[in-house]
Design a binder for this molecule. Structure first.
Ligand code: ANZ
Ligand code: ZN
Length: 812
């Protein structure tokens, strides 16, 4: 009867905890290794299969590294502020703090049941004042450096969450959280100047060991575009405006210009008789999202302003239009239109009967968007590509009407939220002094508990008189507190730093400690954070570096994404579909190790896939089998009847399987290829089982082999392996043992099977020592008894040897 189960899990979890096995000691020997899993968001009351898939296999990786001799730091904590807790409170009346702390308690218990070696004494919980004090500190430091500022701007507004959103939280025009269509609102909000680091955020990507797809997403999000800025004058006026173009070589082909409807210039240049049409158009445009406006399939529309601009390269006058396919937030909000060489401009010109002038040779028809020698471009005719661009920019520069220009798609990070459950923004507004940051020694600005948080678009904190009214830290006069809270992504942008020194009351962290521990050596989490958390954290690291607090450039050296575990039906797990897998039930039935091992064996780590009950049952059977097998091995080891000490054929075969497994489990686990690692362990199991049938066993060799076997299994089935280690009467703990090393000589087989052909037909097979020379192989083949029958009485013409595979004897 199998013994492994939750009672074994509990036994070892208690022992690990009591013995402090997982405590991190910075003075322990071994190279430091910071293994980090994205901390959990305590919105649901329970951990789901996805959490387990993130944390279980990564913990196995960390245990493997510990056995390899690394001094592993693997902290865990909770990203505890945020909308779900607040929405839950609105629905149920349970205060976000109460529900969140309750969820955290439940999740901590579950995480312990997983048996991961988390450094709980380094835990952080972002909704507690001892943590968010430092969230506010980070904000103040950024403010001090001019990297946090307040601005009135059109921002993304989610009408259902009743708050503004960062650009990164708008997915194809919809709210990342609730999927409602996002609106534009003009509001005064707080921004963090991530654009200051656009170039470095882009350049440094190349040095990171991150999935290519994630790097590509960040690259695209930052969106560096090299082009030129060209100044157009408004005819009969002192007004000018700039356009940004990546095709300055086509400047002679401009037949009109287009301004975004929101550009202030529009009102200044629109002639009276065009005012009504332009006003009407602006109202329409406001209702469209940027996504719709940029959609290639949508019909391009616009209105004429009545004014003209002067093309600086050739003095030609071109009409100024307003069109919503031009975005106010990109480049300068004005474009020069070249219908002969741009699809959008071509569609627009065709619709409104505007002239189309070809200036680049090439293509069968217009629009032609490729490069080629210029035509209809006066002195620039014949030049093409970069040469043409350079000549034109040089001429513009001489006149002071243009220059090279680099543009980024990246926008500053909007961090103020009109919600309750977040860190208050630590500034006050004084009637006399204006915006005043709260001094560091007055942090944290505490989030009041008693608050009316029904959403109505106003910040809940603005309804609390006792929170709002304060004195100005500068002049002592009356001041009002900022009532918006910080985006929770600010909390998670530095938690990996705070983990290292989580109990520090004086500072956010001690720089020496953090510099010694960071960067994170392996970061593991979902791919959905590519352009949010992972970008923000890189930005905050760089900003703190420039302030002198850190001496490294990048927080996460190596990144791995886990795949998604789907319901048994192959669909995303969801309560409404009734296809969720509750880990707790399975753990009760099978034990944590079976659950963890199934996740590692059943799926490619970065891909995931559909849950299968059959799959976990078969891992359950495997563990049972291993348990029986190891018991048999122990009986053999403890019996004295075997006196064999040689390494005969059977021993060599098992030794081969053993070292083959060591080699491949080591290599594959390193790369997070847990499924193939476990497959190799299964093969090793079969070999071990086969050896037990041997009549006369070498017991010493068997014991050494079993020791390696349990060690290989340990990262994948930590409780089970610890139990087996104890049964083998070895000292606690197997995780203080060193990882087995493979012996290359054991992988050299000393015999190979070769085929022997006579005149092209295979007539025999034989085993020969791998050390034979070519002549010795020929001799062995010719002396083979079966072969002798085929060549008897014939003349040997030629003997061809293909080493390690075959011998062909040509005989007549
Ligand atoms: C003239 C031109 C001619 C253009 C041509 C392209 C082809 P990326 O690569 O994304 O940077 N553009 C500039 N600002 C814009 C805005 N606010 N809204 C919409 N479009 C804008 O794209 C740069 C190109 O996008 C610019 O180059 C401009 O059109 C357009 F044959 O200028 B081009
Ligand atoms: Zn003041």
């Amino acid at each position: 009867m199998a013994n492994y189960g939750t009672s074994v899990d509990k036994k070892w979890q208690t022992k690990w905890e009591e013995s402090g096995l997982h405590n991190f000691d910075e003075n322990a020997p071994g190279e430091k290794l910071y293994v980090l899993e994205m901390f959990s968001y305590p919105s649901g009351a329970k951990l789901h299969a996805g959490h387990w898939f993130n944390y279980g296999p990564t913990d196995s990786w960390a245990r493997f590294k510990k056995m390899q001799g690394y001094n592993v730091f693997q902290p865990m904590g909770f990203d505890a502020f945020g909308l779900p807790a607040e929405n839950y409170a609105i629905k149920t009346g349970i205060h976000p703090k109460d529900s969140t702390m309750q969820n955290i308690a439940n999740m901590e218990e579950q995480l312990r049941a997983m048996g991961a070696m988390f450094n709980w004494d380094h835990e952080v919980i972002t909704c507690l004042p001892e943590y968010y004090k430092w969230t506010q500190w980070v904000f103040l430091k950024l403010f001090e450096k001019g990297l946090a500022y307040r601005k009135n701007a059109p921002v993304n507004w989610c009408p259902s969450c009743n708050t503004v959103l960062a650009n990164e939280q708008v997915i194809e025009g919809h709210c990342e959280r609730c999927d409602s269509e996002v609106e534009k609102k003009d509001l005064t909000q707080w921004f963090l100047k991530i654009t200051h680091y656009a170039d470095e955020l882009l350049e440094k990507l190349d040095e990171l060991d991150w999935p290519e797809k994630t790097k590509a997403m960040q690259k695209h999000w930052i969106g560096k575009s090299k082009g030129a800025q060209v100044t157009f004058k408004v005819e009969n006026s002192d007004l000018t405006f700039d356009v940004f173009t990546t095709r300055v070589d086509t400047l002679n082909g401009v037949t009109y210009v287009v301004l975004a409807p929101e550009t202030p210039l529009v009102d200044k240049i629109t002639l009276p008789e065009y005012k009504d049409a332009v006003e009407e158009y602006k109202i329409q445009a406001q209702k469209q999202s940027d996504i719709e406006r940029q959609s290639t399939s949508r019909e391009k529309t616009g209105v004429f302003t009545g004014s003209y601009a002067i093309n600086p390269i050739n003095g030609k006058r071109v009409p100024i239009w307003v069109g919503d396919y031009v975005l106010a937030t990109y480049g300068t909000g004005c474009v020069m239109a070249v219908p002969a060489h741009d699809e959008r401009d071509f569609a627009f010109a065709t619709k409104y009967n505007l002239p189309i002038i070809r200036v680049v040779d090439g293509g069968d028809s217009l629009p032609y968007t490729g490069y080629g020698p210029l035509v209809n471009s006066g002195e620039f005719d014949g030049l093409s590509g970069d040469k043409a661009k350079e000549a034109i920019v040089n001429k513009l520069k001489e006149q002071g009407l243009g220059d090279w220009k680099i543009n980024y798609r990246l926008r500053d990070w909007l961090v103020s939220r009109q919600r309750y459950w977040g860190a208050p923004i630590p500034v006050v507004y004084c009637d006399k002094c204006g915006i005043v940051p709260v001094p560091e020694d007055q942090l944290p600005v505490e989030l009041p508990y008693d608050i009316e948080f029904t959403p109505d678009g106003k910040s809940p904190l603005s309804k609390s008189e006792s929170f709002l009214n304060t004195t100005c830290p500068k002049c002592g006069g009356h001041a009002t507190r900022e009532s918006d809270t910080l985006d929770t992504f600010v909390c998670s942008s530095f938690y990996y730093l705070r983990y290292v020194d989580n109990k520090n009351k004086e500072k956010c962290f001690d720089s020496d400690k953090v510099n010694a521990m960071l960067p994170v050596d392996k970061y593991v989490g979902g791919p959905e954070h590519a352009t949010m958390h992972l970008l923000y954290a890189r930005f905050i690291t760089k900003a703190l570096r420039d302030m002198g607090y850190l001496n490294f450039d990048e927080p996460f050296k190596s990144l791995t994404h886990q795949g998604l575990i789907l319901g048994p039906d192959g669909q995303k797990m969801s309560k409404s579909k009734g296809n969720t897998i509750s880990p707790d039930d399975y753990i009760k039935e099978f034990g944590a190790d079976v659950f963890r091992m199934y996740l590692m064996f059943g799926f490619a780590y970065s891909e995931g896939g559909a849950w299968s009950d059959e799959g976990i049952k078969s891992i359950g059977r495997f563990v049972d089998r291993v348990e029986r097998l190891l018991e048999q091995c122990r009986n053999e080891i403890n019996s004295s009847k075997n006196t064999n000490t040689s390494m005969n054929k059977a021993e060599k075969e098992l030794n081969y399987a053993r070292h083959y497994a060591i080699k491949h489990v080591t290599e594959d686990t390193e790369k997070f290829q847990f499924n193939t690692s476990i497959a190799r362990i299964m093969e090793f199991t079969n070999a071990l089982s086969k050896y037990l049938n041997e009549e006369n066993k070498n017991v010493k060799f068997l014991e050494e082999t079993v020791i390696d076997y349990i060690k290989l299994l340990a990262p994948f089935a930590p409780h089970f392996a610890e139990e087996q280690w104890e049964l083998l009467q070895k000292d606690f703990s197997i995780f203080n043992e060193s990882w087995p090393k493979f012996d290359p000589s054991a992988l050299v087989k000393d015999e190979v099977e070769i085929a022997i052909q006579v005149s092209g037909k295979i007539r025999a097979r034989m085993n020969i020592p791998t050390t034979l020379t070519e002549d010795e192989i020929k001799e062995a083949a010719l002396n083979n008894e079966t072969i002798q029958q085929f060549i008897n009485g014939k003349t040997i013409m030629k003997v061809i040897v293909v080493k390690g595979r075959l011998v062909n004897i040509v005989a007549k």
